[in-house]
Ligand binder design. Sequence first.
Ligand code: ADP
Ligand code: MG
Length: 674
Amino acid sequence: MSTRSEALAAALEKLGLGSDGALVLHFPLRYEDETRLTPVAQARAGVPVQVEVEVTQAEVKLRPRRQLVVTAADDSGTVSLRFFNFYPSQQKQLAPGRRVRLFGDINPGFFGAEMLHPRVRSAGADTPLPDRLTPVYPTTAGLSQASLRRAIEEALQRVSLDDSLPAALRSRHALVPFADAVHALHHPRPGESLRDLDERLAPAWRRIKFDELLAQQISLKRAHDARRSRDAPVLATEGELLARFAGGLPFALTGAQRRAWAEIRADLAQHWPMQRLLQGDVGSGKTVVAALACLQAVESGHQAAFMAPTEILAEQHYRKLAAWFEPLGIRVAWLSGSLKARDKRAMKALIASGEAPVVVGTHALIEDAVSFDRLGLAVVDEQHRFGVRQRLALRAKAGGASPHQLMMSATPIPRTLAMSYYADLDVSVIDELPPGRTPVLTKLISATRRDQVVERVRDACAGGAQAYWVCPLIEESETLQLQTAIDTHTQLAAACEGLTVGLVHGRMKPDEKAAVMAAFVAGDVQLLVATTVIEVGVDVPNASLMVIEHAERFGLSQLHQLRGRVGRGTAESACVLLYEGPLSQTARERLRVIHAYTDGFMIAAEDLKLRGPGEFIGARQSGQPLLRFADLVLDEALVELAREAADTLLREDAAAADRHLARWLAGREELLKA
Ligand code: ADP
Ligand code: MG
């Protein structure tokens, strides 16, 4: 057994491979076929091959850039090799007369066939070819494949590969033994199909993916049980306040809102903390459901905190809740980072004494200095905008007991994704829009017709409509984005004489933003030029028209969120997407989808296809995807099996479940806390 150098240990640690257990589960990214030799003349561009050649010439050139250029040949032809980084040992290996095996792509170059940085192995005339595929592992700078392979080999000698699954379970799901799967992936058998291995279709991969998913499911169920053993205030009421509130609303709840509320209400009455995600498309009416939950907390003698990710949105919630609750004699406090120190102190005092049973704010709410009297419920709007830590911080505000948590999101996450990225989360879905909404008409218009669009918007506003004009996203520069918004505002104000054109952007002071939004709500501003600060949650039912410039630069869910700002009232609404060509393939596809669908779930499904699940909210937030081998979309059937198996295992053999979890989640539990 060799002792690892410190550098090697550090590199392994960095990859999360500090233990033997982790090393044996570090499976190849792909495989290379070094079992065969290809004559140089038969290599095709873009297909990696192995050739065996003799070096005929080698020289270090200094221009245009220092490089080692080697000419080598087999019976069929000549190939030149080029290395921009090389060591003296490589020069020796590639001296004229040496025989080497090279692995890599052979491409046609200006001076004939060429290989750039091929992998080089010395070969005697009769060195046998390997009889199996060569694994290629994910690695990091400073950790060579060879050292990594050796570390894995050593770990395989030491670690037990006993099966964590009972034989019955294995045979029920047609799973190969764990040890076989591990060996098969690290040392593919001779003749194993490269394609099955690379595409992760081989039975060994199926077993590994199943195990990974099973570990996840077991851990989800454990977290679920753990939550049931935590204490939370029981928020159960006669519903007197609730009835008064509902009676005062100008509308009746939709069926979907009532269903979601019934689920939330039942959760609040339990003595363990609710952890529920309320999902509903933009405009589906999540706020009023959250308001009901707040009232239930208040009527039970507790406080409710309502947190939103942006100042505009928090302010809007504050106004809405204050208008709803103050007539019922419930004081609503407001807390944001932009409050003057004196006002902030006053608000904090109201919160600490419990005089304000409801508090609305931005993440100022989770600052250390804010303490609650009896926090019973934390509502987090647009929860995916917050980091994991911020959400946990609000939970910690309740002192001993955990508050109930209601998270809201308009970004529909397919169910399996939600389940897997958020440990232990119940989900309520509002899958119905309030009645009387007219669907938003979406138009794609080339930017070459922008002048006509300006005229139309001007005429509509002159006729009493209200419109948003959304300025393009400029990823490279926030300053440039700001400048564009200011220029657009100046230009539209000039083009729309007689109308009041407002401007709102992220760099404005919160009270300036609030003033502009208030003027827009009041109808004093007819056309509002905005950056994407209005993307999230803004609710101005009168606005019925939206123009989005450079729509091709926006993501699908962003376009959907933006478009959701109109079509909230009963007026006929339209959204004009101005685009500038030429469009990339994905931009074209995104515009097609947003034009074809209005349903957020359909759009999310298309988005998932375009971007893949890795990019989806949650994955990004927790920093690392939880799954290394299984794919929640491609392996959906396996997810189902794993869920079933987790139930069975926990019921019939809890010790096996523990062993399984220990093997798979060593050091990774933290990731499940999302
Ligand atoms: P979101 O789910 O996007 O947060 P909001 O809660 O902002 O949606 O609601 C959108 C608009 O619909 C608001 O103006 C709200 O008052 C209104 N609304 C909510 N529920 C109903 C309902 N059942 N009937 C009619 N209008 C409703
Ligand atoms: Mg909302």
